[in-house]
Each structure stands twice: as structure tokens, then as C-alpha cells.
Design a protein around this ligand. Structure first.
Ligand SMILES: NC(=O)c1ccc[n+]([C@@H]2O[C@H](COP(=O)([O-])OP(=O)(O)OC[C@H]3O[C@@H](n4cnc5c(N)ncnc54)[C@H](OP(=O)(O)O)[C@@H]3O)[C@@H](O)[C@H]2O)c1
Length: 254
């Protein structure tokens, strides 16, 4: 049983999808949760309300994680209002789906900034709050198969995810001895707002469900959140700088 009572967690992009599922899982485990969003205030408030019905404290903060000032202001809010930060989930990704042939340097810079560099900005801003003389604070970032595989129209996001996994290893080297564990959950394809609109989504989901090696199951946001919860808990204290794949075995098939 994972008990995060007395812990404070910040989840970026928690208005919907995987981020929302992580926020709810952390609250179910006893944590108070700060819900970050950028445009969907009403959805973020819904996530916060679901956390509060579990008897946990929740707050909603608008911040664009690609903007250094927004990130600093959000962490300042956490310090003022909650006085501590024990768990940081860097979940946001954006970018749209386009072939590299249709990508320019502006697209590349924007995707890298939001999907990869945000975790560096977040850890930099929160390092003093996360650092501890004993015990461990936890940082978890979300990646995808695009970090390792060539997928249609996924070149920019895939590159950003490869960079993200590398940055997490590097951060582990730089902040590990401050009492901060930082790891990645690499999720397989899950139905969320962003994946339902991928051209050819239906056949992609059908192909994944054909290949999954876990009987009578489809990967859900809750399955991803369970792995995030594990990496946010004391059960993973000796896991550092790693990428945990949660895809029902789809990616090991030849
Ligand atoms: N879904 C999948 O199949 C899948 C698979 C593998 C990995 N992942 C990864 O899991 C993570 C979540 O994916 P998802 O499918 O749940 O995403 P999603 O449904 O598109 O939700 C994205 C979330 O990020 C927020 N957001 C976007 N840009 C932001 C910014 N600049 N600053 C702050 N918040 C921002 C959105 O807030 P607003 O609502 O306010 O816009 C929303 O809460 C991503 O890192 C993704 O790459 C997803």
C-alpha cells in the first residue's frame, strides 16, 4: 500500500488525459495536489474538485511550462500556499503531428522547449523545495515510444522525447545527491484528447490492441498513472535516472 499522506505533489498538464489520471492517483494515495493547466481552466477546476472529494487539498495554477517566468511563479505559489513540494510530475507535451518535411526551425524549437526543456526549468525552479537532507523527493516525466521508434508524423515530438529521456538521466546525475529521484514513464498508446485526433487513430488503436501481451486489457490512463505513482513513492527510492516502459509488452514484439 502506497501512502503519500502529508506529501504535496504538482502535476503539470493535469486538466485532462494522463496528467489528470496521475493527479487523481496521487490524491487517492493521500497527497495534496496542485493541478497545472495552460488553457482549460474549467477542466483543471474539475480535476481539483475530484481531488477535494477525496478529502485532499487541491489548487489550480495556470502556467505555460515552456515559459521560465510562468514556471518560477508556479513554484513560488506552491511554496507560499503549501510550504513544501515532494512530488513533481512533468507530464505536458504538445506539438501537433507533422512530417519533418513540413517542419521548420520554429516548430522544432517550440516542441523542444515544451516537451523536453520544461523538466529542466521545473527542476531548476523547484530544486530548493525538493532537496532534502534525508529521504527522497520524486520527479517523474512522461515519454513515449517516439523517443526510440520512427512513427508517422511524429518526428518532432519523438526527438523531443529522446531529448527528455537524456535530460532526465543528466538531471539525475546533477540533483540525485540532493535527495531527488528523477525518472521517466514511457507510455504506450492511450486514448486521450491528443491521440483520438491522430489521423488514422482507429487503426492505430486496433493494431496496438492486436499486439498487446496482457490478456483482455487495453492500456488506460490509469495504468500509466499507477506506474507514475510507483515512481513517486518510497517503493522506488533506489530507482534513479531510468525509463520505465508501460505498454502491455507491445514494444517487445518483433
Ligand atoms: N496519450 C498517449 O497515447 C501517450 C502515449 C505516450 C506518452 N504520452 C505522454 O503523456 C503526456 C500526456 O499526454 P496526454 O495524451 O494525456 O495529453 P493531452 O490529453 O493532450 O493533455 C495535455 C495536457 O498538457 C497541458 N498543456 C499543454 N501545453 C501546455 C503548456 N505549454 N503548459 C502547461 N500545460 C500544457 C494541457 O492543458 P490544457 O488542457 O490547459 O490545454 C493538458 O492538460 C505527454 O507527455 C505525452 O507525450 C501520451
Amino acid at each position: 500500500m502506497i501512502d503519500l499522506t502529508g506529501k504535496v505533489a504538482l502535476v503539470t498538464g493535469a486538466s485532462r488525459g494522463i496528467g489528470k489520471a496521475c493527479a487523481i492517483r496521487l490524491a487517492d494515495a493521500g497527497a495534496d495536489v496542485i493541478v497545472n493547466y495552460v488553457t482549460s481552466q474549467s477542466l483543471a477546476l474539475e480535476t481539483a474538485a475530484e481531488i477535494q472529494t477525496r478529502g485532499r487539498r487541491a489548487a489550480v495554477v495556470r502556467a505555460d511550462v515552456s515559459e521560465e517566468d510562468d514556471v518560477a511563479a508556479m513554484i513560488g505559489f506552491v511554496e507560499r500556499e503549501f510550504g513544501q513540494l515532494d512530488v513533481l510530475i512533468s507530464n505536458v507535451a504538445t506539438g501537433g503531428f507533422r512530417t519533418l518535411d513540413n517542419a521548420n526551425a520554429k516548430h522544432f524549437a517550440a516542441v523542444m522547449r515544451t516537451n523536453a526543456f520544461a523538466v529542466v526549468q521545473l527542476v531548476h525552479a523547484a530544486r530548493r523545495l525538493l532537496a532534502r537532507p534525508t529521504g527522497h523527493a520524486k520527479v517523474v516525466a512522461l515519454s513515449s515510444h517516439g523517443s526510440r521508434m520512427a512513427l508517422p508524423a511524429y518526428g518532432l515530438i519523438g526527438a523531443s522525447k529522446a531529448a527528455l529521456e537524456s535530460l532526465v538521466r543528466q538531471l539525475a546525475l546533477e540533483v540525485g545527491n540532493d535527495g531527488i529521484n528523477i525518472n521517466v514513464v514511457l507510455a504506450g498508446l492511450v486514448a486521450t484528447d491528443s491521440t483520438r485526433v491522430i489521423p488514422g487513430a482507429e487503426s492505430m488503436f486496433a493494431a496496438v490492441n492486436e499486439r498487446i501481451l496482457v490478456r483482455e486489457r487495453e492500456l488506460t490512463t490509469g495504468d500509466v498513472a499507477d506506474a507514475v505513482l510507483f515512481l513517486a513513492s518510497p517503493l522506488s527510492d533506489l530507482i534513479q535516472g531510468q525509463t520505465l516502459v508501460v505498454d502491455g509488452g507491445v514494444s517487445i514484439r518483433g
